[in-house]
Design a protein around this ligand. Structure first.
Ligand code: F6R
Length: 259
């Protein structure tokens, strides 16, 4: 796991966008695993900028999002379909039919989840998976105590997660209780993983992810077992780590390689 410490979220998102755009430049039909939430918004802004100003081409790119709220129509503002269209898809030249977000309105949820997995496999697997992290250590909506080999499925959201995401729906009463999420096993099959975490509220989650024991109580900690993970954090999120000097040295190396 490469831990990269940057000054702030903008620096982190600019670096993250560069890493993703390099994948797209190297492989024009790259398969991207995408995340929603507040964290990646500036990263999507950077990708849009690279598309507009540098001609970054998404014509043959496919994407699979991590999750979608259950029973929320894709046209509703809090839905992750809406988020992705607004933040990215409508602003770049990706083909609509090449973008995938779980269907939170599916009548047969098990079928939807199995087909989602099958579509990822048929696309050749995910080349790079972008992740945020919840304050409780969740990735996707794989909450503490989940199976570390889980697949795409319907999951319940913890109260802390519902509270953290209130701004999606305006009030706790309107926040969904369930979501369809890629599983931990699904995420772990991505060839490369890029996780972003910024701000003080992510300190405990980052500590568990990077230095904690591997435990389902911090689902992100399983990423320690993945051979190709970059974790980009800002100084505020790094505060509880014990090996900060080492990560800073490594950061210099990695940033020099990215230039
Ligand atoms: C979003 C997702 C979640 C978020 C996490 C952090 O698709 O899967 O795991 O990445 O809840 O959210 P933010 O970025 O809003 O702090």
């Amino acid at each position: 796991m490469d831990v990269i410490i940057v000054n702030d979220n903008l620096e982190g998102c600019t670096l993250g966008a560069k890493i993703i755009s390099d994948v797209v430049k190297t492989k024009s039909n790259a398969v991207l695993g995408l995340a929603t939430g507040k964290t990646p918004i500036p990263l999507y802004g950077e990708l849009v900028k690279k598309h507009n100003e540098e001609g970054l081409d998404f014509t043959n790119v496919k994407s699979f999002n991590l999750d979608e709220y259950y029973n929320v129509p894709p046209t509703k503002e809090g839905s992750y379909h809406y988020f992705m269209n607004y933040q990215l898809f409508s602003k770049i030249n990706i083909k609509k039919e090449n973008t995938h977000v779980p269907n939170g309105m599916a009548q047969d949820v098990e079928k939807e989840c199995n087909e989602y997995e099958e579509n990822i496999r048929n696309a050749g697997g995910i080349d790079i998976q972008l992740l945020g992290i919840g304050r409780d250590g969740h990735i996707g909506f794989n909450e503490p105590s989940c199976s570390l080999t889980s697949r795409t499925r319907l999951e319940a959201l913890m109260e802390d997660t519902r509270e953290a995401n209130i701004s999606d729906f305006g009030s706790i009463e309107l926040m969904p209780h369930y979501a369809i999420t890629m599983g931990i096993g699904t995420i772990m099959e991505a060839k490369e993983i890029l996780l972003l975490a910024f701000g003080e509220s992510k300190q405990d989650a980052v500590k568990g992810l990077v230095e904690g024991p591997i435990t389902s109580m911090c689902p992100a900690s399983i990423l320690q077992m993945h051979p190709n993970v970059k974790v980009i954090i800002d100084i505020a999120a790094s505060k509880k780590l014990s090996k900060i000097d080492f990560y800073k040295e490594k950061t210099k190396l990695i940033i020099n390689n990215e230039k």
